[in-house]
Design a binder for this molecule. Structure first.
Ligand code: SF4
Length: 496
């Protein structure tokens, strides 16, 4: 067997689960690339590029497919006393690493900085940085500092980006020093593990989604019951699923027979196993419906949350509203009407959204949202930003009712909801045969994260593309509020 080479990424895969390394080596085609979110990857790259300038002028080691070629290039920069070297590359005993930012302090003294687009320190980063510390110290470098650079979500942009405020630096030198021996042990352990000629046994568990979704889940979970029975992993919001799984409570039947679940968890498995009809609590639904009044508005926002704040008075990853859809009924029995607002990319959309919202929803009107915490949060943020619109916005805010409530409280529950009260489950459960209420039938945009990605991507689109994608966004958001109208009708039917 060939000698296995490590990189930062591979080492961290091994830390998550050594079987990932084995499968990558022996069954690469089993990997489900769907777990790799391209937006997160591209955000990581953009943030990494921006952070290169954190310490002033820098020189970047040119990327080559043959990673080994980056090592002599790095050496040359070090010898030339280049102060800040990005993508500085090293290798020791088959362990390769590219350091995001290397500060060359002279006489083999260095400090290095690993850049992440997160807003804090995750446990896996300590392993990532320990691995780099290991490689550098084994090569004889005197590492003065090993640091993590992450996004500071407390930063508020005013004018030009201030990199020293946008990024936070966490000194992890002492932590990674303590892990030095552990890294060496792990590499030995992983190399031994990789010698397995047949697929090693490894139980699925928490490591399959922590710190990252594992692309081998379908492969490893293929020994789960295949007789269409549901398993503990599908019990919505149940904590400590691993414990149930490890103790043999795998299928819904096993969980039900053991009598160890109660409340909403029991309801989900019981409705499924016994194929029970919809569970409807009429008095509670009636009470909820009596809180709604006319004129009745149905509001849904779309937002995007750039890692690097694009506008003044915004922070990293802050949700920025760029669109809303509004269905409304002026009085009981009146015809359903619709309004919408979608900003153009390129400038801060929030003022336009806030102004038009105040024009579209009169004071004291009852407004319905699905999962109102989100809409209310956005309106509060707009009210704080625009004092002239504050009172009207807060009036809308204070009159919002949550159409999700009857489903969250399980006053209306069907087995097709699969324990979820998200509109993406509730809508098809209530309207299984209505193509006009099926998000899959939309073109281009089918969910909130696609909407957010599209708006972000619009900044680089030409006029024709922009027009097409605007239409997709409008139709997607319109369905969100139309769905609320239909769900409300269903609730009313249920109590008639
Ligand atoms: S799915 Fe789970 S058990 Fe399988 S390789 Fe991934 S982390 Fe390991």
């Amino acid at each position: 067997m060939r000698e296995y080479h490590f990189s930062k990424f591979r080492y961290c895969c091994g830390i998550q689960c050594p079987k990932i390394l084995w499968l990558k080596e022996n069954m690469p085609d089993e990997f489900d690339a769907g777990v790799m979110n391209p937006v997160i990857l591209s955000t990581g790259n953009d943030v990494g590029d921006l952070a290169m300038g954190l310490f002033g002028d820098y020189t970047e080691v040119p990327f080559t497919k043959k990673l080994g070629d980056m090592i002599p290039a790095t050496q040359k920069f070090i010898e030339d006393a280049v102060r800040n070297i990005c993508e500085a590359s090293f290798s020791f005993d088959g362990c390769f690493c590219s350091v995001d930012i290397l500060r060359n302090l002279g006489n083999k003294k260095v400090a290095f900085y690993e850049v992440k687009s997160s807003t804090g320190v995750r446990w896996i980063y300590e392993h990532d940085i320990s691995y780099q510390y290991y490689v550098l110290t084994k090569l004889g470098y005197d590492v003065q500092k090993a640091c993590l650079v992450h996004i500071n979500n407390q930063y508020v942009r005013h004018g030009e980006l201030e990199l020293d405020k946008l990024f936070s630096i966490v000194d992890l030198t002492e932590t990674v020093k303590e892990k030095l021996g552990e890294v060496e042990e792990n590499i030995k352990k992983f190399r031994e593990y990789l010698k397995n000629e047949t697929e090693p046994e490894c139980k699925i568990g928490c490591q399959c989604s922590d710190p990252y979704e594992c692309g081998y889940w379908s492969h490893c979970a293929s020994d789960m019951p295949q007789d269409n029975s549901h398993t503990v992993w599908e019990v919505a919001s149940l904590r400590n699923k691993q414990w149930y799984y490890d103790n043999g409570y795998v299928t819904f039947e096993q969980l039900y027979d053991a009598g160890i679940l109660e409340g909403k968890y029991l309801q989900q498995i019981e409705v499924e196993i016994k194929d029970l009809p919809p569970q409807i609590d009429k008095p509670q639904i009636k009470k909820f419906l009596s809180t709604l009044s006319y004129p009745l508005y149905f509001l849904d926002f779309e937002t995007f949350n750039p890692a690097v704040p694009l506008y003044d008075n915004s922070s990293p990853y802050q949700q920025i509203v760029f669109q809303y859809s509004l269905h409304y009924i002026e009085k009981e029995g009146a015809v359903l009407k619709h309004k919408e607002c979608l900003a153009y990319p390129g400038s801060d959309p929030r003022r336009q959204i806030a102004k038009q919202l105040c024009r579209d929803i009169p004071p004291d009107a009852c407004t319905a949202a699905y999962n109102m915490g989100f809409e209310k949060g956005q309106i509060r943020a707009l009210a704080d930003l625009y004092p002239d619109l504050h009172d009207h916005l807060m009036n809308i805010h204070d009159n919002i009712k949550d159409i999700m409530l009857p489903f969250r409280k399980r006053w209306y529950y069907t087995k097709e909801m699969q324990g979820s009260y998200s509109i993406k489950y509730v809508l098809p459960a209530l309207f299984p045969d209505e193509p006009g209420l099926n998000y899959h039938n939309l073109e281009g945009v089918h969910n909130g994260s696609e909407a957010s990605n599209v708006f972000f991507a619009m900044q680089k689109m030409d006029k024709k593309e922009l027009g097409e994608w605007r239409e997709h966004l409008l139709r997607y958001c319109e369905l969100d509020t139309f769905a609320m109208v239909k769900i409300l009708e269903k609730l009313r039917e249920a109590v008639e």
